[in-house]
Ligand binder design. Structure first.
Ligand SMILES: [Mg+2]
Length: 424
């Protein structure tokens, strides 16, 4: 076992109500008031809510109509992603003063591995405190931080005392720290799956930690055993700086190899939906797309293209992915994996200025509506008809973990890390 002395020091730093806080920072009239960032029409969706709005039950991804029913006095501000990107850059520049090992999960959230930085700057707690202080002094925003020996625990810790929190979990106290936490803290445990977990007798992370792999598999399927390992604090994943959002992607290994084009298209549609959700959640659009295929013989091929205009919605992404699929050699060998990745990322705001009307629009509203539906009915309610028949996946541990990270990004401080494929 890794002891406290040799343990890694991982920080998870997460800005507090990021978009809403930027708006309050820039307009003193908004400070101390319930602020909702989101589309101005009642059909719009809440992108972020200030802490003053949250006691009324306002959450991101909720419909604006519902949010204003709950908090009629809220001030609604249209999102300005350019400002958020600017603040994000300033915050990430502060992170990089302390380590080059910064893995951005979204505009306002990152893992930092500061294990090798301690001789220069002090222990993880000291570094976390300095980062929080510098963010406050230089960017006039607050962040919450978790300090632990793994990503999973650091992420949970940063969420516990929001806003402006700092939670340090000593390496020799990980199991004791995790055990009493409610099952909802487990990655991938959404509104849909939590009741299922309770019904199966799992109420805390400790319940997961004590269960055998067989029990976990019975209760949760393939994901079960990896949840058990995380709940015991076993998480050796490295902080991967190359994830720093040069691209956003989703890929999937199938339970059995696919041959038919329509099955492959269905898989690409599912991946397009996930990629669009990520782009939307992070306020980004993309000007390039690539599709990856791994054949049954493990040969990997990639096809890529530039897009005429920045896109961020499922339909545009899927159209392009299908076009790329046509450039692959199909029908002879089976396909065991497909992936869609978007690159040449820019703020969603650019799309807004270029296409000020319905166009910005339509696609993004669809993503927003889907986000709202997920909020209301859980992750699986928003499944396109074409996806219903997707072949079940075969998943190894790594893939199961990735799958656990696939839930939507948000500003609700849920445990929803995201995935960006590694560049090679
Ligand atoms: Mg945040």
């Amino acid at each position: 076992m890794v002891g406290p002395v040799s343990a890694r020091q991982i920080l998870h730093v997460d800005m507090d109500a990021f978009y809403a806080s930027v708006e309050q920072r820039d307009d003193p009239a908004l400070r101390g008031k319930p602020v909702i960032v989101g589309g101005p029409s009642l059909r719009g969706v809440v992108t972020a809510a200030s802490y003053e709005a949250r006691p009324f039950g306002v959450r991101s991804a909720m419909s604006m109509a519902e949010a204003l029913r709950r908090c009629p006095q809220a001030i609604v501000v249209a999102p300005s992603f350019r400002k958020y990107v600017g603040a994000s850059r300033a915050v990430f520049a502060i992170f990089r003063r302390y380590t080059p090992l910064v893995e951005g999960l979204s505009l306002d959230e990152a893992f930092l591995d500061v294990t090798a930085s301690r001789s220069l700057f002090g222990d993880g707690e000291t570094i976390a405190r300095r980062i929080k202080d510098e963010i406050r002094a230089e960017v006039q925003l607050t962040a919450s931080a978790g300090v632990a020996s793994s990503k999973f625990v650091a992420k949970i810790a940063s969420d516990l005392r929001k806003p402006d929190g700092l939670v340090v979990v000593p390496a020799d106290d990980v199991a004791g720290f995790l055990a009493p936490l409610p099952i909802e803290r487990m990655w991938g445990m959404g509104q849909k799956s939590a009741p299922h977990a309770h019904a199966a007798g799992f109420h805390t992370l400790g319940d997961l930690a004590r269960a055998t792999d067989a029990q976990l598999e019975r209760a949760f399927g393939n994901h079960g055993p990896s949840m058990g390992r995380l709940a015991r604090g076993e998480d050796t994943r490295e902080v991967e700086p190359e994830r720093d959002a040069q691209s956003i992607g989703a890929e999937e290994t199938f339970e059995r190899d696919l041959v038919r084009r329509e099955d492959l298209e269905r898989a690409l549609l599912g991946q397009s939906v996930r990629v669009a959700q990520r782009l939307f959640g992070e306020g980004l659009s993309a000007r390039a797309i690539s599709v990856k295929i791994k054949y049954a013989d493990f040969v990997v091929k990639t096809r890529a293209m530039q897009l005429a205009e920045p896109v961020s919605d499922t339909d545009a992404i899927f159209r392009a992915a299908r076009e790329l699929l046509a450039r692959f050699d199909l029908g002879k060998k089976g396909v065991r994996l497909t992936g869609v990745a978007m690159s040449k990322l820019g703020p969603l705001g650019e799309v807004v200025t270029l296409f000020p009307d319905a166009r910005l629009g339509r696609g993004n509203k669809l993503e927003a509506a889907q986000a709202a539906l997920r909020e209301k009915f859980g992750e699986t309610s928003v499944t396109r008809a074409a996806l219903l028949d997707t072949p079940r996946r075969r998943m190894g541990l790594g893939e199961a973990r990735d799958e656990l990270r696939e839930s939507e990004h948000d500003d609700r401080e849920r445990l929803t890390p995201t995935r960006v494929p590694r560049r090679r």
